[in-house]
Ligand binder design. Structure first.
Ligand SMILES: [Zn+2]
Length: 667
């Protein structure tokens, strides 16, 4: 077809040269990145390679709008279909993969592994159980709930099946990456919400650690927190090993037939699920060991429609936390932007574009779009809305991603203790309450107030400790944290720490006097009167605010910003000094030098003359004059005039539209 030659082949060649360079970068283990990693990727479902008409429509649409660098084909749920089904599906996938390669698009693959849960019918609407090959033990929950379609990762017969399951696809497609779906988890597989407590798993666990538990006794001992955390940590490590071993089996078998394929992981908010462990390193390590290639990842989940647009802040902050828990050499980070179930009534093209920019600001390097999978809308609609908008956005997004490649979000860390998995459950809580935490979530509700949140920033100058986190930390951990860190907390948490006798030797500090041209001094003073500022014997700053509630007035917003800045020792690299509903994301490089600041408007209103204080020098004594360029998609760049207050720089941002993203490039 004529259309096939419309997109020049040289794009494909350039992409592969760039990828080769990137691979060499990984092999050397360099944290510093000097090759663009930015790619836009479209995720597919099986019909996109199985249905010839839909395949053709997809290829035509990708040719018409030049934005897509990579597609992720989708295999069917492996163990619920027989191998002969997979053979023909793989052959068909290989044909479409070749056609995409010829037009410069990289084929990759995403696969379900364990099964999400018995209620998930997503991958085979025609009855996913009908030619199931499952003849091994399935996953069992803590109360003996037996699943029908969720596989236990420790079953020998299942592992033997998984050694073969993706081989036909890898052989036929030679994918750049094979992503294991986020069903690579131990918990949240309904009806088994905390797995796997099958007899095989318990017996292997007993053998490894020298116990003699049956299911009921193990569940009780975990809940009681036997060994003051020892048993829970062992059980969590055992679950991580179960998954790592499964990942290893898959990676090895895929590598044999497609040596250039990296095996990667789609992971979601497992940091709230204590049974999953602190990070995904055991799985990622297994993948890398078997393939010799650093795994790519896809963080993020939920926020599937525009119904509550500020959900973008929650998703972005969750993604930022997930990124911080990755090993340094994992650099291909493509969060999901998802419109499940991919309907025009769900997510707008503007929503998809805003998410792209905000998640890039949070530290992602690429973007993975699950926006057309269900094919609920005609391909024409997807193309003329999503594809067209992404094609228009791409140069802007790539410029942002490339410029900020070696910089990360910096600022306030909404703290999550690494020891919440071993906290003791209080009598009023439900059994198993320790397996889930909302610690740090308080930040989501106030992120639109101009506070620069940077979850798990290792150089964060100030922590925000909310009550959920504080209640889960024991006295020793709390005392150590109070000695080491600057903290902002709420009055309720402060009084609980006082009752526990943890607050010796704090000196009260008088609030600073602030003038503001827009808000009179009396109102500002009233706002300050609600705050307590304190300095500890070790010189750490603590600010106590009434609560982390977003229902505050303009004066209180300005003061809240100042409070966080004071607690940081006045080292936050960006401070919003205007009353506005705006999220801000400063990014600084490995030496702490400020590289950029992004602003996302979180209301319908256009904001004018936003006053932003930035600290571009950071800890680095660089006195060369800098340029501050204000950039927004589809608009002319504006050079901002810098006003100095000591070493701080004050910028007047002339305008930011309703739900608009802009960023300041610091050159
Ligand atoms: Zn099991």
């Amino acid at each position: 077809m004529n259309m096939l030659v419309r997109r020049p082949l040289r794009i494909g060649i350039l992409v592969f040269i760039a990828l080769t360079m990137t691979v060499n970068g990984y092999a050397a283990g360099h944290n510093h990145r000097d090759t663009s990693l930015f790619r836009m990727m479209i995720r597919l479902w099986p019909e996109h390679h199985m249905d010839p008409e839909l395949s053709q429509q997809l290829i035509d649409a990708l040719l018409q709008y030049d934005f897509c660098d990579e597609v992720w084909f989708c295999g069917s749920l492996p163990a619920t279909r027989c191998l002969s089904f997979h053979d023909s599906s793989a052959t068909q996938m290989g044909i479409i993969a070749d056609r995409l390669r010829r037009i410069g698009i990289i084929p990759s693959l995403q696969v379900v592994v364990i099964g999400h849960g018995d209620s998930a019918t997503v991958f085979s609407p025609d009855g996913y159980q009908k030619d199931s090959t499952i003849h091994w033990g399935t996953m069992v929950g803590a109360n003996g709930e037996k699943t029908m379609s969720v596989n236990c990762p420790r079953q020998e017969a299942y592992l033997a099946f998984m050694e073969k399951a993706f081989v036909p696809y890898a052989k036929a497609c030679q994918p750049y990456s094979l992503y294991l779906d986020d069903d690579m988890r131990m918990s949240q597989h309904p009806p088994a919400m905390e797995g796997c407590f099958c007899e095989t798993c318990i017996s292997l666990f007993n053998n490894e650690y020298g116990y003699d538990f049956n299911r009921e006794a193990l569940v009780e001992a975990l809940d009681r927190n036997d060994g003051e955390g020892t048993l829970r940590r062992q059980w969590i490590a055992f679950g991580q090993e179960s998954l790592a071993n499964l990942a290893r089996v898959i990676a090895l078998s895929v590598h044999k037939v497609s040596p250039g394929t990296r095996v990667g992981l789609q992971h979601n908010y497992f940091h709230h699920n204590m049974l999953e462990g602190w990070d995904w390193i055991p799985m990622l390590k297994a993948m890398e060991e078997e393939t010799g290639l650093v795994p790519p990842v896809r963080p993020g989940e939920l926020f599937y429609s525009d119904a509550s647009p500020r959900g973008i802040l929650k998703k972005g902050l969750e993604i930022a936390r997930e990124i911080r828990r990755l090993p340094d050499d994992v650099v291909e980070i493509a969060p999901e932007v998802e419109g499940y179930l991919h309907k025009a009534t769900g997510k707008s093209a503007q929503g998809v574009c805003l998410e792209t920019l905000y998640y890039l600001a949070m530290g992602a390097t690429q973007m993975s779009y699950a926006i057309i999978c269900s094919a609920e809308e005609p391909m024409d609609w997807y193309a003329s809305h999503y594809f067209k908008s992404l094609a228009e956005l791409k140069p802007f997004a790539k410029d942002y991603a490339d410029f900020n490649l070696n910089a990360m979000p910096t600022g306030i860390d909404p703290y999550m203790s690494p020891n919440l998995c071993v906290r003791n459950v209080r009598p009023e809580e439900r059994p198993w309450a320790w397996t889930y935490t909302n610690a740090g979530n308080t930040a989501f509700g106030i992120a639109h107030l101009g506070l620069p949140f940077a979850p798990e920033d290792p150089h964060s100058p100030v922590l925000m400790v909310d009550n959920e986190c504080a209640a889960g930390m024991n006295d020793q951990e709390t005392s150590e944290l109070l000695t080491r860190k600057n903290i902002v907390t709420d009055a309720h948490t402060w009084s609980q720490w006082a009752q526990r006798g943890l607050l010796e030797g704090y000196l009260d500090v008088s609030p600073p006097i602030i003038d503001d041209v827009t808000i009179d001094g009396a109102r500002l003073q009233r706002a300050w009167n609600q705050i307590a500022l304190k300095i500890s014997g070790s010189g750490r700053r603590i600010a106590v605010v009434p609560s982390f509630n977003s229902d505050i007035n303009g004066a209180e917003q300005l003061v809240l910003s100042q409070v966080f800045d004071w607690a940081s020792g006045n080292t936050l690299q960006a401070v919003l000094e205007s009353v506005a509903q705006v999220a801000i994301v400063p990014r600084s490089d490995t030496q702490g030098r400020l590289r950029s600041v992004s602003l996302l408007s979180c209301s319908l209103a256009e904001e004018e003359h936003l006053k932003l204080r930035i600290r571009p020098l950071g800890t680095y004594d660089d006195r060369l004059p800098k340029k501050y360029i204000w950039k927004r998609p589809g608009k002319r760049d504006i050079w901002l005039k810098a006003k100095f207050e000591g070493t701080d720089v004050i910028l007047d941002i002339p305008s930011l539209g309703g739900w608009e993203f802009g960023w300041i490039k610091i050159n």
